[in-house]
Design a protein around this ligand. Structure first.
Ligand code: URA
Length: 244
């Protein structure tokens, strides 16, 4: 059966669908020995030979799910031309070619899921599926309730409104305040930009959960393989962020 090339690559665990499109655009994918950069191309994986980076794409690769407690100072990418440390440096013992599901900033630590399951990555990343991501942010100063309520309702950020968020103050102080914030979007540096928008710079940021899957006591820099049960926790009990 013919399918779109990016869909096949995602299912084979090469990358999320969006990232697979980028790989195609970059000319890294061949079909029957010919580079394909056209996004509309449909291919039959049962009859045609698909290769990525010179290696055959095996659709049946076992799916692997890893939860890493990412330290700051690591990039959530698979390579860095500048030679900085990358998250997969921390995955000795994971043989599968996993990729990060979304990103955590270089200076953010905490829960980072890595997998070779492109479909699952898509479900977690797309705001339509409303997978909550929870962070603990330490911000400068003590944001007033009214400003936090604004963030919860949604604010204009770079031309579009943020989706509702939930915020809980964990420890308030004059110089700095720790808060827990739950959002289900994944815009670039979103939490930092949201607090900056109300005038409170983020000093430290940690992701502590995807849905109900929590980082728990996983040590910094360590990972564990996830079970089916863990995966269910990501999607269970949507915990809708909408009020009323
Ligand atoms: N929001 C941020 O600002 N940074 C992250 O790494 C994740 C969410």
């Amino acid at each position: 059966m013919e399918e779109r090339l990016q869909k096949i690559l995602a299912r084979a665990g090469i990358a999320s669908r969006r990232a697979a499109e980028e790989l195609i655009r970059q000319g890294k994918v061949t079909v029957d020995g010919r580079v394909v950069t056209d996004m509309g191309v449909r291919v039959d994986p049962a009859r045609q030979r698909i290769e990525y980076g010179g290696r055959p794409v095996a659709g049946a690769e076992e799916k692997v799910y890893v939860l890493l407690n990412k330290p700051t100072g690591y990039l959530s990418t698979l390579a860095d031309p500048q030679g900085r440390k990358i998250v997969t440096d921390l995955l000795a013992g994971v043989a599968a070619r996993v990729f990060p599901v979304g990103r955590l900033d270089y200076d953010t630590e905490g829960a980072l899921l890595l997998t070779n399951d492109g479909e699952l990555a898509q479900r977690i990343l797309h705001p339509r599926f409303e997978v909550n991501k929870t962070y603990v942010a330490t911000v400068r100063g003590n944001p007033p309730q009214a400003a936090l309520a604004q963030l919860e309702k949604g604010i204009m950020l770079e031309g579009s409104r943020t989706w509702p968020a939930r915020i809980r103050v964990l420890a308030a102080g004059e110089r700095q305040t720790r808060l827990e914030i739950t959002i289900h979007e994944g815009r670039k540096r979103q939490v930092r930009k949201m607090f900056a928008a109300i005038g409170h710079r983020v000093l430290a940021l940690q992701r502590i959960a995807y849905g109900r899957l929590r980082l728990g006591d996983l040590p910094l820099g360590k990972y564990r393989f996830l079970t089916k049960n863990d995966l269910n926790l990501i999607f269970s009990g949507k915990n809708s962020l909408y009020r009323g």
